[in-house]
Design a protein around this ligand. Structure first.
Ligand code: HEC
Length: 480
């Protein structure tokens, strides 16, 4: 309402783009930045203490990979999250920024130091050639590990808040937002998951950086592999237990209404079997990590290199699914019990429903529905109320959805559609209530019927430019 709508038809509000960028970011951040840095630092420390240059060398080689990936794709997708969310959901990012301003400011400082530390750590590794210098070098690694964890710890506060703001909804206090009810369980869950996947990554990388000749039992490379596999399998098992315990706590802290989204409300939808699939996937992934972890305790040579790909891919798949489930369950909210996914505040809903949505929107063509402008008004209403989740005829296309309900080759009864739209939150709790008045619901239906026959694609503000209703323009002119 307060922002022009950036919209790409077929993509449904850019959720997919945000999701892809954010998932890639998490897939790099958790195993590599949060999980691998502390494990690599620990390897460096151990090598120093026990005078094992081979372990030090290996840690350095793996760090090279982690360094490249985190400072390129990792950092770029981090910026990408800002870019995509501010384009597609500026109202949500705006609200979150107001709540978390100092938290995010602190996160920015921590992130900057994280980048500086990783540069320093990697680039001075070879120069740390005296015990004195080595100790300082290890300290850089420790600082880097702490900073990486803190950036995640700050961001997790925002993610937990979006699902369940807790006390904040009454107090509006920063610290209540930071310490939301989902904060600790989610932080614990993500930390353990990061260590678990980070350990498997190191294990996998070790198999690439060591060459073992057949038959020779006391081959030093073989010993090196054994050294790492034995220790990392402990990390995998302990972190797996932690992931499971924190995961259970996390699940129990999620509001019941949102949990209902994950199964009950979806029973009629295409995600019907999704909840079950998720649980099965979770079970298999836990099992895969457990097998690898227990296998590593025994003789490491039993586990072939490719076998490590199984838990790795399952971990990736699980994390992707988890982020998707988390985002889906939050619907109809973008910020729990505070702001709906289409940017409408909970408190202003009743007001908009009686006064009209267009009347209080800035970037619309008209503020009053008339017979002549019905379709144009309907299009603006679709943009404001539906386009963050539906496209016209593409992804999660609204025409296809109505087609399933009313029949693709039948006439759609306009008054029936109006009734559905006005009660859509009651029948489909994951959709927000319609935020407009009766005339606007009927304008939306007129647009949808028009859209059905023309299938005209709907351009976003980035391609057609901003339109401001004459009244809004006049009001802005009156109060410069
Ligand atoms: C918060 C996101 C969101 C918003 C906003 C939203 N929807 Fe939906 N809608 C969904 C989801 C998710 C589905 C289920 C898709 C599926 O199962 O394939 C859905 C399903 C539907 C369906 C099919 C319902 C059924 O029972 O099969 C219709 C029709 C629909 N939406 C219309 C609308 C209209 C019109 C608007 C705007 C006034 C709107 N939606 C706003 C997320 C949303």
């Amino acid at each position: 309402m307060d922002f022009p709508s950036f919209y790409m038809d077929h993509l449904a509000g850019g959720r997919l783009i945000i999701g892809l960028i954010a998932s890639l970011h998490v897939l790099i951040n958790h195993p590599l930045a949060v999980g691998a840095y502390p494990l690599l630092t620990w390897m460096e420390w151990w090598a120093h203490k026990n005078n094992r240059p081979d372990v030090d060398q290996l840690a350095y080689k793996i760090t090279f990979v982690v360094f490249i990936v985190t400072t390129t794709v990792g950092a770029m997708t981090g910026v990408g999250i800002w870019l995509s969310t501010s384009l597609f959901a500026p109202f949500a990012i705006g609200s979150l920024l107001r709540v978390f301003f100092w938290g995010w400011f602190a996160e920015w400082l921590v992130f900057i130091s994280e980048v500086a530390l990783i540069m320093a750590w990697f680039l001075t590794w070879k120069k740390a050639n005296t015990p004195e210098k080595k100790r300082s070098h290890i300290r850089i690694g420790i600082a880097l590990s702490i900073m990486s964890w803190i950036t995640m710890a700050l961001i997790v506060a925002v993610l937990g808040f979006m699902m369940k703001p807790g006390e904040w909804n009454q107090t509006r206090a920063f610290w209540d937002a930071m310490t939301n009810p989902l904060y600790l369980p989610q932080l614990g869950f993500r930390t353990c998951f990061a260590f678990m996947t980070g350990a498997v990554f190191l294990w996998f990388a070790t198999f690439f950086f060591t060459r073992v000749s057949k038959g020779t039992r006391d081959d030093p490379q073989r010993k090196l592999r054994h050294w790492i596999v034995y220790r990392l399998s402990h990390v995998v098992l302990v972190a797996l237990l932690g992931t499971f315990l924190f995961g259970t706590w996390y699940w129990n802290a999620i509001p019941d209404a949102m949990k209902a989204n994950s199964s009950v409300a979806l029973l009629t939808q295409e995600f019907m079997s999704w909840h079950g699939k998720f649980e099965t996937l979770l079970g298999w992934t836990v099992l895969a990590f457990a097998v690898i972890g227990i296998g590593g305790l025994g003789t490491s040579f039993m586990i072939p290199r490719w076998a490590l790909l199984i838990p790795s891919f399952m971990g990736i798949w699980l994390l992707g699914h988890f982020e998707r489930a988390r985002e889906f369950m939050r619907k109809p909210w973008v910020i729990g019990e505070y702001m709906y996914s289409n940017g409408v505040h909970k408190d202003e809903l009743a007001f908009l429903q009686s006064e009209g949505l267009l009347k209080h929107a800035t970037y619309v063509k008209h503020r009053q529905v008339t017979d002549a402008n019905k379709v144009e008004c309907g299009q603006d209403i679709f943009m404001l109320a539906c386009s963050r989740c539906h496209s016209t005829t593409g992804l999660n296309g609204v025409i296809e959805k109505f087609g399933i309900m009313y029949g693709v080759d039948k006439d759609w009864d306009s008054s029936g559609m109006e009734i559905f739209i006005k009660g859509m939150h009651q029948t489909r709790t994951f959709m927000p209530p319609f935020p407009g008045n009766d005339k606007e619901a009927s304008a939306l239906v007129a647009y949808l019927q028009h859209l059905r026959s023309t299938r005209q694609s709907l351009p976003g503000v980035q391609s057609v430019g901003i339109s401001i209703s004459p009244q809004a323009a006049a009001a802005a002119g009156a109060q410069p």
